[in-house]
Write a protein that binds this ligand. Structure first.
Ligand SMILES: [Zn+2]
Length: 57
């Protein structure tokens, strides 16, 4: 299951959430219970642009 990184704008903390891709854009509450969060793009490591060649072992 992909992990998404969020940042809380209330306490300025970052946290990760594991959720299905279908719910990737759903809001997430921060661990401290704040709802004012924004999703970061850096932690998304799944499909979309899967045309890159596999690394040679
Ligand atoms: Zn917070």
């Amino acid at each position: 299951m992909p992990r998404y990184e969020f940042r809380c704008r209330t306490c300025d903390d970052t946290f990760e959430v594991s959720r299905p891709m279908a719910e990737s854009s759903a809001p997430a509450d921060c661990p401290a219970g704040h709802a004012d969060t924004v999703k970061l793009l850096s932690a998304v490591a799944v499909g979309g642009t899967s045309s890159a060649p596999a690394p040679a072992m």
